[in-house]
Design a protein around this ligand. Structure first.
Ligand SMILES: Cc1ncc(COP(=O)(O)O)c(C=O)c1O
Length: 441
């Protein structure tokens, strides 16, 4: 008997009792290798004492002080760190408690910026199909995940959706990767022109698409073209790096690999690594200056923004990543995991594509590799693989609706940055067994 409104109402999941490095241990003592960091959150595993102690120390000093009255040291220090590490002119940081809150704040910042600089018609948001930006109504409206949006349609603000950058399915045989990237990006240009550029406030995308499509990176040149198009039309560029950011791809900010800097950049998940809930929006200095020199305040705010214990966790997480050179580990272990997945699944008739960057990898499942025909959605293969993996003590993040919100299945693998070769062996072995149990070759 439970009084908790769980995510699934038909079954109560096992109780997570304690963490041990990359493992979660349940109340019965069963160990689960967390190869998805939950939902790409737990980048340091579940028992880093340096982060735990930093949170305890902050709680002893002061657990909470409302940001309408006070600033606090961990918040200031974390902002300094993020700005020093961020590309371009991302000079200021607005703290929130998670990804959806970050996306909502970024959308409202974009709108307020245009009011401050005397372009009040700019309000439209353009985003991409097959993306996810959060479950609050604003973030859900701009997200392109049909499965999540469907029942709330009448409540969602109007947003325009253009094509994702999804090479495996959308590149034509007669075009190079670069040509495809330009064609995909140019859909944005057409959408801005159709909407009337003077009405468009921002374009939002995930540089590497996470849970909705399964670790799909932009092809080379795509994001550069997107940046040019936004600049041409005076549209702000917002990157949602809630899932792909904070080191997951081997770079602290995923967009650094593409050499493209947005005007607003949203982070969460790995920022607090699950030790505390925290998110943030990094913004270009000119957006901040317009608000500072205009109305002087941002018409927004949440009770727990800049929470001292959350910021202390975020700061400690970043120190650990630096001290232990974990971005290097993401790159080397990411390459090793990719290699192991290629070896194990390269000839599997149901694995159509293996992709991603760093420790952010995806496997797309198909019924037929040559035609890329997806599996019948009614089979709910992704649900069965999650169940089989959990039974074997492995957490991965399978999802359906990869192609259009209804068809397609993929598995996201996003283990903690601290994994070693023996963890990789265990992940690939258990994942292979789970897939074989559902889809015997
Ligand atoms: C890319 C992206 N944006 C936003 C969110 C929403 O974050 P949260 O669940 O912390 O509100 C998520 C969560 O999965 C995400 O993956």
């Amino acid at each position: 008997m439970t009084h908790v409104f769980h995510r699934q109402t038909k079954a109560v999941p096992p109780t997570a009792k304690r963490g041990d490095g990359v493992y979660v241990v349940d109340a019965a003592g069963k160990r689960y290798l967390d190869a998805s960091g939950g939902a790409a959150v737990s980048c340091l595993g579940h028992s880093d004492v340096r982060v735990i102690n930093a949170v305890k120390t902050q709680l002893d000093a002061i657990p909470y002080a409302h940001t309408g009255f006070f600033t606090n040291q961990p918040m200031e220090q974390l902002a300094d760190f993020l700005v020093e590490s961020a590309p371009g002119n991302l000079d200021m940081v607005y703290f929130v408690s998670g990804g959806s809150e970050g996306v909502e704040a970024a959308l409202k910042m974009a709108r307020q910026y245009y009011l401050e600089i005397g372009q009040p018609k700019r309000h439209r948001i353009i985003a991409r199909r097959q993306s996810y930006h959060g479950n609050t109504l604003g973030a859900l409206a701009i997200g392109g995940n049909e499965w999540r949006r469907e029942q709330f349609h009448p409540m969602l603000i109007d947003a325009t959706h253009v094509a994702p950058c999804y090479e495996y399915r959308d590149r034509r045989d007669d075009e190079t990767v670069e040509e495809y990237g330009i064609r995909a990006a140019d859909e944005l240009d057409a959408a801005i022109r159709a909407a009337g550029p003077e009405t468009v406030a921002a374009f939002v995308c995930e540089p590497v698409v996470g849970a909705t499509a399964g670790a799909v990176p932009a092809v080379p040149g795509y994001l550069k073209r997107i940046r040019e198009i936004c600049d041409r039309h005076g549209v702000l560029l917002i990157f949602d790096e809630v899932m792909c950011g904070m080191g997951r791809t081997g770079h602290l900010f995923a967009c650094q690999e593409d050499g493209v800097t947005p005007d607003l950049l949203v982070i969460a998940k790995g920022l607090g690594a699950g030790y505390q809930p925290i998110g943030a929006v990094l913004l270009d200095g000119r957006i901040y200056a317009a608000i500072r020199d205009g109305s002087g305040f941002f018409q927004h705010g949440h009770t727990y923004m800049g929470h001292p214990a959350a910021c202390a966790a975020g700061l400690a997480v970043q120190k650990v990543i630096q001290e232990d050179n974990l971005l290097g580990n993401v790159r080397t272990q990411g390459a090793a995991l990719r290699q192991a997945l290629d070896t194990r699944f390269g000839n599997n008739p149901y694995v159509g594509d293996i992709r991603g960057r760093g420790l952010f990898l995806g496997l797309e499942l198909v019924a037929d590799r040559s035609t890329k025909e997806p599996l019948d959605p009614a089979r709910k293969v992704n649900v069965a693989i999650k169940r089989e993996a959990m039974a074997r003590g492995l957490m991965v993040y399978p999802m359906g609706g990869t192609i259009d919100g209804r068809r397609g299945d993929h598995i996201l693998v996003a283990p903690p940055f601290i994994i070693n070769q023996s963890h990789i062996t265990e992940i690939v072995e258990k994942l292979g067994d789970a897939i074989d149990a559902v889809l015997p070759a």
